[in-house]
Design a protein around this ligand. Structure first.
Ligand SMILES: Nc1nc2[nH]cnc2c(=O)[nH]1
Length: 451
């Protein structure tokens, strides 16, 4: 079952096409066409079910379930070597002390090759079938990341990072000038679109101003124009921390969201990382433009000093998905982001200071349920990127992971289902307990991408 293109699969599938709405496709048949797109989903009792079940090419074993592949909406590929370290400093110190020196090493393409190969393999084995990557300022290394995603079969959106402001970026790691950054961005877009192995557009280019503090107005303006001319995705950081949010207000007199909008950088294809401090009017503006927020609940613990008001953003119509924010978030697994998204929202609601009375301790109506967190990591990520991914629906790519809940006892990945459990309970157990050994197969566009 390495390649399921042109085949049909009988088994139980979980997906969450809308927030809070888990759908269990119990003993259903999903057919995949020759291009790796889902052509038909037949539920029990629907017309044609019996013959489809009887003739299915693949049957899942007991204890095995299919989930949509995860969509990581915010990840810094070059920071993988420092995953799980250097988290004791505030954002502005962490960037200068650890992160810029590490990213500067990607001038060396041998280092980039080793690091990016290990990262993409690790993400795929954790069930991440699509990733929206920040790379580095370097043209060559960023092209290598594209080559590696295509070679390994991961769906990816990749950006050459722009950081050209000499006032905030170190001499050893920044674009030579705004003009050079813009020319490099155009050259990179051309490279991705003309790549001989990218006929299916599995990898897309992304216009990537790192964040307003690292860019000159000239580069921001130019990138807005490129995004419009080339009809590209855009990614950047937005109102992540007190320092960053305040920096932009001081420099431009308005919030990140408003400033990005003025530069033409808030589009239907824009993903704003973090957004922890976005205001109500920012949320309305972001929703109106159709842009999305990549909620990074793990990283926000270390660098935001506040919890992103997820429920408020969803209620105002903002599209939100989940990001690991490697290495601000110390895990390559979106399972950990799902768990932290639930915990963070619960803590926002209940509050955290035991000296305060319970009724004044938190922010009401902030918690999310498991199904919503699952939705954020799958269908909502696809929606944020405007790509047909993240659900088992006809017309969507078959990007999926197989969860085997019965991996041998004694390994870390035991999702012990010891008592009678409903399918909904089983999904909860998978979301809370699954680790890498439980993810026994991963597909992108119907092609197996793990050994
Ligand atoms: N978390 C995070 N925030 C940023 N803001 C600008 N650059 C970064 C980065 O690399 N990580």
């Amino acid at each position: 079952m390495t390649d399921v293109r042109g085949r049909s699969i009988f088994g139980t599938f979980f997906h969450a096409p809308a927030p809070g709405a888990l759908e269990v496709l119990h003993e259903a048949v999903v057919s995949v066409d020759e291009k790796g797109t889902i052509s038909r989903v037949i539920r029990r009792g629907e017309p044609g079910y019996e013959p489809a079940r009887a003739s299915a090419d693949v049957r899942l074993s007991d204890g095995c379930y299919l989930l949509p592949g995860f969509v990581d909406l915010h990840i810094h590929a070059p920071q993988y070597p420092q995953l799980g370290q250097a988290l004791d400093e505030p954002l502005e110190v962490w960037l200068q002390k650890y992160t810029f020196p590490l990213e500067a090493r990607y001038a060396n393409t041998d280092f980039a090759q080793r690091s990016y190969e290990a990262l993409v393999a690790d993400l795929l084995s954790h069930g991440t079938t699509t990733a929206l990557y920040f790379a580095t300022v370097h043209q060559e290394a960023t092209r290598l990341l594209v080559d590696i995603c295509l070679e390994k079969g991961q769906r990816a959106l990749v950006g050459k990072v722009v950081m050209d402001d000499p006032a905030t970026c170190p001499d050893y790691y920044r674009d030579d000038s705004a003009q050079a950054a813009l020319a490099d961005t155009r050259a990179f877009i051309d490279y991705v679109r003309a790549h001989p192995n990218n006929g299916e557009s599995r990898v897309l280019p992304v216009v990537t101003p790192r964040f307003i503090p690292s860019c000159t107005d000239e580069s921001l303006m130019g990138l807005g124009k490129i995004a419009a001319e080339c009809d590209c995705h855009v990614q950047t950081h937005c109102s992540e921390s007190d320092w960053e949010h305040g920096f932009v207000i001081e420099r431009h007199g308005v919030t990140d969201a408003e400033s990005l909008d003025r530069f033409g950088l808030l589009t239907r294809r824009t993903v704003l990382a973090h957004g922890t401090f976005i205001t109500g009017p920012d949320m309305d503006r972001i929703a109106q433009r159709g842009s999305a927020v990549a909620h990074c609940p793990l990283s926000n613990v270390y660098f935001s000093s506040a919890v992103f008001p997820l429920r408020a953003a969803l209620a105002r119509g903002v599209r939100v998905g989940l990001g690991t924010d490697i290495s601000g978030g110390p895990s390559a697994s979106l399972f950990d982001s799902v768990r932290m998204a639930i915990s963070a929202a619960r803590m926002l609601e209940i509050g955290v200071n035991p000296d305060l009375p319970p009724e004044g301790r938190g922010r009401p109506d902030s918690r999310i349920d498991t199904a919503t967190a699952f939705h954020l990591a799958t269908a909502a990520g696809g929606d944020a990127l405007d790509l047909p991914i993240g659900q088992f629906t006809a017309g969507y790519h078959f990007d999926a992971m197989l969860i085997d809940t019965r991996v041998p006892e004694g390994t870390l990945g035991t999702v012990a289902i010891l008592a009678e459990s409903s399918p909904e309970d089983i999904l909860q157990k998978i979301l809370y307990l699954a680790t890498k050994p439980n993810i026994t197969k991963v597909w992108v566009g119907g092609r197996g991408v793990t050994p």
